[in-house]
Design a protein around this ligand. Sequence first.
Ligand code: NAP
Length: 255
Amino acid sequence: MKRKKLEGKTALITGASRGIGRAITYAFAEEGANVCINYLRSEEAAETLANACRHFGVRALVIQGDVSKEKDTRGLVEQALREFGHLDVLVNNAGINTMSFVENMSVQMWDEMIASDLRSVFLCTRFVLPSMIQRRYGRIINVASQLGQKGAVEMAHYCAAKAGVIGFTRSLAREVGQYGITANCIAPGPIETDMLAAESEEWKKNKLAELPIPRFGSVKEVAPTAVLLAADPDGAIYTGQTPVSYTHLRAHETT
Ligand code: NAP
């Protein structure tokens, strides 16, 4: 029988109850990884996912926690390490979506975005890293967005957070490569999830017009990139990279 790509690995995925995080978690379990499923509010969805993962014969642990908060994040990582003994892979996926022009944006909206989408990436990485360094092994995968490179109207806070994630990841890759740890981003284009469903019809129409492939992506099209980056030897050589799962350029643009 063909060996599964993540057989015996352990992975912590933040914001795994829905959308892209859910798909990555399911794909990891299908490839043989034990998974730690973090969620914020969607307990039932997280438990349902855990049961689906267990059908692949792996361990699935569900941990509630707000990854924008230091105390929750420290506790989340400690519990995952206690239960699994170690973590091979960390996927920083959790994120939120709000929209406002900068001129109207409240300081609270800015702070919430930076905390959920950027501070969280630092916090989880910070608390997982010592154990990875000790084992001389680790894969850190941060879900950014191609908007972090492109920018977007009414999303300056989101784009700033995601650009921050990309800069953080590139720097981290330089620091931790010597310990056998890789750090990469995944930067999806618009993907069919609850986050996208919350956008207006007009927004979706305009967005589709920007895409060279005129459709929104599926979460199943993002998950294989995470599997690649987590797998040995497939992902071992990639670090500091930001694969853009599908681009945002108009079809006639060349750069
Ligand atoms: P989604 O369907 O809205 O799911 C968001 C997930 O994040 C949920 O599981 C949610 O948990 C969790 N979450 C949010 N805040 C959290 C917090 N503070 N602590 C812990 N968990 C938290 O979103 P998605 O579309 O899958 O997006 C996932 C990631 O991909 C995000 O980082 C997003 O920016 C990025 N992304 C998405 C797209 C897209 O078009 N969908 C494109 C590019 C990048 P609960 O359900 O338990 O509250």
